[in-house]
Write a protein that binds this ligand. Structure first.
Ligand code: CP
Ligand code: NVA
Length: 305
């Protein structure tokens, strides 16, 4: 029984295996085929924060695979009606896998500790591994061999950034981050990233121009993540020089692509011109959430794919 709580749970060979299942299922999907690799399997979704992509792509993906998805509402009382331990032990008796979107990463870890079925992180304040898996798959689809290429992260050193850092480390991509000093990874995060991805070539700067210069991927995310709403106004000021606009994109490598996990705050971290422009691959990224997660589910639940 395996979990996907952060990308640290997957080795490079396992990522390759998941991507080969993904590729197969994606090409079948394009031909109208839905291969039922997981008949009778049940997935529960437990979400403390809103979601479009993660929720719907997991639900649809599980249905394609012949399984069932149960979206659990507030009435199950996660973290309120009973201990996390009791909750996890009991829920594990009914379902094969639980996808959790938790406010605090510690809640996810505590739940996973007591579950006897697989647990997948559908985003916490610390990590968003399913996003990074889909993004890595998208980059490979676009660029083929990615080793030695540079990904520029422009913006907040947040949950997605942490997962992208591990993804880069796993496949030998360099990462250059442009982030205002007080929003850069703290020492604990940096130590964790170095421990989990010792080969990662990571450069941290405050200068977006320096970050994008050698980059073939420019990635950004919102300046205030879910749970940081009360700091939005301050962050908008502090990140004002970190917008990904046409001028910044013009300093990247020729053919560079623009990525964003979505939802985006248009006019803040990215302009309409860039996100709707020819370099943007945000819709392909979002589509690949479903395909990559089907690969993850089939792999995690041991389907004979
Ligand atoms: N990118 C992402 O996880 O989107 P949702 O918040 O809509 O799930
Ligand atoms: N960093 C964002 C990602 C949303 C998918 C957040 O946590 O709100």
């Amino acid at each position: 029984m395996r979990n996907l709580l952060t990308l640290a749970d997957l080795g490079a060979a396992e990522i390759d295996r998941i991507f080969s299942i993904t590729e197969d299922l994606k090409s079948k999907h394009a031909r109208g085929l839905r291969e039922p690799l997981l008949p009778g399997r049940v997935m529960a979704l437990l979400f403390e924060k809103p979601s479009l992509r993660t929720r719907v792509s997991f639900e649809a993906g599980m249905i394609h695979l012949g399984g069932t998805a149960l979206f659990l509402g507030a009435d199950v009382g996660f973290g309120r009606r009973e201990s996390i331990a009791d909750f996890g032990q009991v829920l594990s008796q009914y379902v094969d896998v639980i996808v959790v979107r938790a406010n605090r990463h510690e809640m996810l870890l505590e739940l996973a500790e007591h579950c006897t079925c697989s647990v997948i992180n559908g985003l916490t304040d610390f990590a968003h591994p399913c996003q990074a898996m889909a993004d890595l798959y998208t980059i490979r689809e676009l660029a083929g061999q990615v080793e030695g290429h540079t990904l520029a992260w422009v913006g907040d050193a947040n949950n997605v950034a942490r997962s992208i850092a591990l993804a880069c480390g796993k496949v030998g991509m360099k990462m250059v981050m442009a982030t205002p000093e007080k929003y850069q990874f703290d020492d604990e995060s940096l130590a964790w990233i170095k421990r989990q991805a010792p080969d990662l070539d990571l450069t941290i700067t405050t200068d977006p121009l320096e970050a994008v210069r050698d980059a073939v991927v420019i990635y950004t995310d919102v300046w205030a993540s879910m749970g940081q709403e009360k700091h939005r106004r301050q962050r908008k000021k502090d990140f004002a020089d970190y917008q990904v606009n046409a001028e910044l994109m013009s300093h990247a490598q020729k053919g560079a692509v623009f990525m964003h996990c979505l939802p985006a705050r248009r006019g803040e971290e990215v302009t309409d011109e860039v996100i709707d422009g020819p370099q943007s691959v945000v819709v392909q990224q979002a589509a690949n959430r479903m395909h990559a997660q089907k690969g993850i589910l089939a792999w995690l639940l041991g389907a004979k794919a």
